[in-house]
Structure formats: C-alpha cells, structure tokens
Ligand binder design. Structure first.
Ligand code: LLP
Length: 438
C-alpha cells in the first residue's frame, strides 16, 4: 500500500489533518477554500532525491517539468535543490526567470513556439531548445543568427513506443503532434538540416513517452530504440550524439493501491540499458537528462474543499450520496478529462460513523463536474466539514480555469508549522478587470 499523502501529513490530537505542521482548519479559515496546500519539505525532498539519483548514474541534468505546477516559490525550491527547469511557453519562462533561475538551467519545449518565445528564451540564454518541427529549425536558426549566438538544440523524437497510460497523456506513439518520427526518416532529416545551420549546435535527442507511467519497460524500450537510432546516425556519418533527454512521465500514487517506481529506479534501470546498448554498438554513452514534473510536486499537494450540500440519490441497488464541494472541474479537470482516480478523507475531524458510498462533485453547471467518482466517507458528514483530496500538487492548479467565473484557489506552502502564500486566491475583481466593461 502506498502513502498518498504528503510526507508531513498527520492527524492532530483532536483528529484534524495537519500538513507541514499546519492544521487544515486554520489554513482554510485564513486562506479560504478551495485551497491547495503544498508541503515544501516534501517537494524539496523529491527534487533532491531525483538530483542525487541522476548524479549517481552520471546523468547531466534533471529539469523539473514546470507545467505540472509553477510559481516563483516552487521554481526556487527545486532550483535550490539542484534541478533545472523545463519550460514550455513564454509564460513559464517568465516565471522561472522571475524566480531567479538562470537561463543556463533552463530548457525550452513546445510543439509550436512563437518567434517571441524563441527570442525571449535566447535572450535569457536557455541551455537547450528542444526543436519539434522543420519550421521551427528554421525559426530557431534565424533567431540565433539575428541574436549573434549559437543555440544548442535537442531534437524531439517520436519512437513508436506506447506507454501504458491514458491516450491523451501518452506522447510517443506515431499518430500525435509531438516530435520527429524516427521510422519515417523525418528525425534523421531534421538532424541533417540542423548540422548544416551554423547558428545551431546539435547536442542530442529528446524523447518523452507519456505520463503517469508505473514501470520501466516503456522507458527501456524507448532507450533501446533511441540508441539504435544513434548507431544509425553514426554509421551514416550524420553526427555523434552527445546527449539523451528521456523526458518525464514517472507515475505517482493517487490511490493506496497504486504502486509507483521508487525515485532512482528509473535512472538506474534506464542508464543501465543505455550503457549496455551503447557497449554492444561500440558507441560512447550519451549524457542523460530527465524531466520529472508530477513526481516532484504531485504527492506534495492536497486540495482542501468545504462540503456544501449532501444529496442522497437512489441508484440501482442502493443509494449514492452526492457530496458537493466549493470547487470542482475548474480546480481539478483531471477526473473529467482522464477519468483520474483520487483519495479523499474527512479532514476537519475524525468520525466513528459507518462509511457511505459517495460521489464528490463540484459546483459547476455540468453533470460531468466530478472530483471523485467513488469514495467512502463517514455517514455523519455535514455541510461545513472539510475534505482533503490527496496528490493534487500536479496538473490541478496548473490546468485550472475560470469556468462559471470561479476564481482560482490560492496555493499555500506549508513547512514547520508556518504557511506562506505561493499563489494568492483570485478574486472576482481580478476577473472583472479583464472585461473593459460597458
Ligand atoms: N517532459 C515533457 C516533454 C513533457 O511533455 C512532460 C509532460 C513532462 C516532461 C513531464 O511529465 P510528468 O513527469 O509530469 O509526467 N495533464 C496531464 C499530464 C500531461 C503531461 C504533459 N507533458 C495529467 O494531468 O495527467
């Protein structure tokens, strides 16, 4: 059974959940609900563990995938723990720079980077731009020429490996928008074009096979295919590949029954496969990089909701109780989008009451606005109780919307009994400011 709660989660003497030494009732009273709490020590521990695991196999760098969740505080925490950042837009780049992360520790992704994003990245001196299309090779080369620099680039590959995950978050099968296909010859053609362009320095290859992956098979298969491609590039006298960035995708436990890889297993397995395959083909071993996002912030985050209404509904063979909370698909779209599963607990107190089958739903005008499809909560649950949903640190606040004009929740960092605002709660006034009015 896996622990789905942040490392510091405990129950107070009177039964309330506390995270980072902060009672969730106090946090809810101070910052309002819905509320994201982030366990700073947990994030730092995960970031540090990834860095050490990568170092122990001689990897070049771990870039935190900022899309999972980004704010200046989180960028600083992971950077202080020795990680670089993978940014995928001009906005993510701006936050990372505002946090003081130097360009040398940044890598820029995206399948349709705008010219201004490319230029801002170069101005910041980003260490790597991962190119994703033939158009972009020309754009990056033009921008580098104008800036009078030589830009190091990686080429994003599509290698035909299907990770066992939801279709929308698997990214290396052939029929999707990312990367250059190896099997069609597009990847080799991309590299041939890059090496002819003096403003570009080809550094290596990139592959990201998907997200929320629980075993190393997909990564090992990807690594094997990439090394075969590296050998072909050598044999065809195209180029030697110095670096291999294997992306992110390491899964986390959302349910106690989930069994994710231990941090470090991936680096050791995959580096072993790369070393073995390179030895067989008499290739120098490229320097590895990884881009974990979810595995750094996901388990460290918890959403606190207040229960508003409790409605028993007769269904086939019994009763399902709909528990409505004060957020929903605007702060967690993952259930609606990926059929994601979560763990929920009564957080403001304990209860000895029998458990009832519930569906935790949001307050949006949509029947698919479900936070947790099936859970069991105490049958004495009442309006005003607080619920905690575990493992919401990644891809919840970062994918939040203002559907139904709900302001986005605050994100509060907790550590050693103190709390600090990481992102303040949006207000209705913030939203009205976007509307020039009548
Ligand atoms: N590197 C690249 C190139 C990526 O595209 C991604 C995620 C990552 C790294 C980080 O992957 P992670 O370690 O976080 O799995 N919204 C979805 C996940 C989409 C992931 C997109 N790319 C979700 O909520 O599950």
């Amino acid at each position: 059974m896996s622990n789905v709660w942040p490392l510091s989660a405990t129950r107070d003497s009177d039964g309330a959940l506390s995270i980072g030494g902060v009672d969730v009732r106090d946090a809810a009273a101070e910052f309002g609900t819905p509320l994201f709490l982030l366990d700073e020590a947990d994030i730092r521990a995960r970031a540090g563990a990834y860095r050490r695991a990568a170092e122990s196999v001689g990897a070049r760098k771990v870039y935190y995938a900022a899309k999972a969740f980004l704010s200046t505080a989180v960028a600083r925490w992971v950077h202080e723990e020795g990680l670089g950042l993978d940014v995928a837009s001009g906005g993510e780049l701006a936050v990372a720079l505002r946090a003081g992360v130097p360009g040398a520790d940044l890598l820029l992704h995206g399948n349709n980077k705008s010219m201004s994003e490319i230029e801002s990245a170069m101005e910041a001196g980003v260490a790597r731009i991962v190119v994703d299309s033939f158009e972009e090779i020309v754009r990056v080369a033009d921008a580098a020429a104008r800036a009078g620099i030589v830009q190091p680039v990686l080429v994003r590959l599509t290698i035909g490996v299907e990770a066992h995950t939801h279709e929308f978050i698997a990214t290396a099968h052939e029929d999707q928008k990312f990367g250059f296909s190896v099997s069609s010859g597009a990847a080799e053609e991309a590299i041939r074009r890059i090496v002819k362009l003096p403003p570009l320095e080809f550094r290596g290859l990139h592959s990201h096979i998907g997200s929320q992956i629980f075993d190393t098979d997909g990564f090992e298969e990807a690594a094997t295919r990439i090394v075969a491609f590296v050998a072909r590039l050598r044999d065809d006298q195209v180029i030697e590949v110095a670096e291999l960035d294997l992306g992110g995708g390491m899964g986390i436990a959302y349910l106690p029954s989930d069994d994710p890889l231990a941090i470090g297993d991936l680096a050791s397995h995959v580096s072993g496969v790369v070393a073995r395959e390179c030895a067989q083909r008499k290739l120098p071993v490229p320097a590895l990089a990884f881009e974990p996002g979810r595995a750094i912030v996901g388990p460290a985050g918890v959403t606190i909701y207040e229960v508003g209404t409790i409605k028993p509904v007769v269904i086939d063979g019994g009763v399902r109780t709909y528990v409505s909370v004060d957020g929903g698909m605007s702060d967690n779209i993952r259930t609606a989008l990926y059929d994601a599963r979560y763990t929920v607990e009564l957080a403001s107190r304990t209860s000895d009451a029998d458990l009832m089958l519930v569906r935790v739903v949001g307050k949006h005008c949509e029947s698919g606005d479900i936070v947790i499809r099936e859970a069991h909560l105490p049958s004495d649950l009442a309006p005003g109780d607080l619920l905690a949903v575990a493992a919401t640190g990644a891809y919840c606040r970062s994918m939040a919307s203002n559907y139904n004009y709900l302001p986005k929740p605050a994100v509060v960092g907790v550590i050693d009994g103190s709390s600090s605002v990481v992102l303040r709660r949006e207000t209705i006034e913030d939203m009205l400011m976007l509307d020039p009015g009548a």
